[in-house]
Ligand binder design. Structure first.
Ligand SMILES: [Zn+2]
Length: 474
């Protein structure tokens, strides 16, 4: 596979065919290799925020340095090591809920980027709406901890339009690979990761978006520990009407909130916070917190830790789930075992964890409130001292942004979905959206279907597509 310029009169000479185009596809050598991908993480063992540094954003806001002893910027040893990337063949780097992702090189600037193929777009109206929603979200997001679209490949004529390709920033690894790797994961790492997860989540929730599949594999990280939430294949807009039913087919089981496990027909952003709580515990203990074989066992493991929930927490549960819990023995909470996750499980850590892992979603802490917890102060300071795009350094110190955890400028709108009444109409809408999205921007890119790499890409995609189809049928 290769990119070649879509407008032949402008870029055809640069990328005329498969042979030339092929060489523009390079894989980042660290992709899919966690031990390499995070080789730079020991940078986090550098100076830590001293005790007594400002804990609330406003204490840091707007000051140049502010007198706070700030950590030194991270070095990035990975950038000093010659990369053998050009020697590697292209290869897939991940399979999302819906779609395949490849590491490629943008021929316009040589930048390594991720190319995501969204398959089966026009199979039926449901998949059409789902893909359009994800596409619009990727173009809507403007936040450093949320993956967004850098570009969309130019679609062919509408009669031949079957697939959508989106270009996003390429990240080197994800939190799942980091957790299962032998690399050290210090308290500093955990704090800066958790801070960024919640920072991204606050933004998503402020836009009215539920992610619905927060798990370590959907949290991309690069070598300097920058983290981005990705894969919006299951995301949707929050449903304000509690009488409207929502699907239960969401969230990978280990990270699924009790209200979803119990079949509640309506749920909200608290399901994402539960998932973050599970990931927080997994970062501390480096093993999955609730690793069950079935949804019922999943619920049992949760009640083993939290104790039998009060009746008030079961009001929205389906009859079978409520009966299962009431039929079982009364369990006392055993939250003290959380202290045994690791040495990093301090009072502060366990306190925050216990605010996230609350059975009753109405009593669970919100993503926004969790950011105010003292456990995240050092993560905030570290992030805004040398990782963020929102603050900057001047000779006299650091100039901090006014808003450390910004919200979305406006809610994400999904009103367009109501006007999509047929697959053909959806195709027209998506085609027009991509074309308009590209207008006036950079030289458009498209796929070169004649290249050898593209055929490999298609084969892996076809294999994955059959899995996706089965998933959608359920
Ligand atoms: Zn900042």
């Amino acid at each position: 596979m290769a990119f070649h310029g879509a407008g032949r009169q402008t870029v055809g000479d640069l990328f005329p065919g498969s042979e030339l185009g092929h060489k523009y596809f390079c894989v980042n050598s660290s992709c899919g290799a966690p031990s390499t991908g995070l080789s730079a993480t020991p940078c986090l063992t550098g100076p830590t925020a001293p005790a007594g540094t400002p804990r609330h954003p406003t204490a840091l806001g707007g000051s140049a340095g502010g007198g706070a002893a700030v950590p030194q910027p991270y070095s990035n040893p990975a950038s000093e090591v010659p990369s053998p990337a050009e020697m590697e063949p292209d290869r897939p780097i991940g399979y999302g809920a819906f779609g395949v992702v490849w590491a490629v090189t943008d021929p316009r600037d040589g930048r390594k980027v991720a190319l995501k193929k969204m398959p089966n777009v026009f199979q039926n109206l449901v998949s059409c709406k789902r893909v359009f929603r994800e596409l619009r979200m990727l173009c809507f997001f403007k936040h450093d901890n949320v993956l967004s679209a850098l570009d969309i490949l130019q679609p062919p004529q509408i009669d031949c339009f079957e697939e959508i390709y989106v270009i996003t920033e390429l990240m080197q690894s994800d939190l799942h690979k980091v957790i299962v790797s032998p690399q050290p994961l210090t308290t500093d790492h955990i704090k800066v990761f958790l801070y960024q997860i919640l920072r991204g989540l606050k933004y998503l929730h402020s836009a009215g978006i539920l992610h619905r599949d927060i798990k370590p594999g959907n949290l991309l990280v690069n070598s300097n520990c920058l983290l981005k939430i990705c894969d919006f294949g299951l995301a949707r807009v929050e449903e304000p009407d509690p009488s409207r039913h929502m699907t239960q087919e969401v969230v990978t089981q280990y990270y699924r909130a009790p209200e979803v496990l119990m079949g509640c027909r309506h749920y909200g952003s608290a399901i994402d916070v539960w998932s973050v709580g599970c990931i927080f515990a997994e970062l501390l203990g480096r093993r999955i917190l609730f690793q069950a074989q079935s949804p019922i066992q999943q619920l049992d493991l949760i009640t083993d830790l939290l104790g039998t929930p009060p009746l008030s927490a079961l009001s929205a549960a389906c009859e079978g789930a409520r009966a299962h819990i009431l039929r079982g023995p009364h369990k006392p909470p055993s939250l003290s075992v959380l202290y045994m996750l690791s040495d990093g499980a301090t009072h502060e850590a366990v306190h925050l964890l216990c605010r996230m892992l609350v059975f009753d979603p109405t009593k669970r802490i919100s993503g926004s409130d969790a950011l105010s917890h003292p456990y995240l102060d050092e993560g905030r300071l570290r992030y805004h001292t040398c990782m963020c795009q929102c603050c900057y350094s001047v000779p006299s110190g650091r100039v901090y942004t006014r808003d450390f955890e910004p919200v979305a400028e406006r809610p994400f709108s999904h009103s367009y979905e109501n006007s999509m009444l047929s697959v053909w109409q959806g195709k027209e809408l998506i085609h027009r959206f991509i074309t308009e999205h590209q207008q006036g921007k950079r030289v458009p890119l498209c796929i070169n279907p004649q290249s050898a790499a593209f055929k490999t890409f298609i084969r892996s995609t076809a294999w994955h597509s059959s899995k996706v189809s089965r998933k959608e049928e359920r």
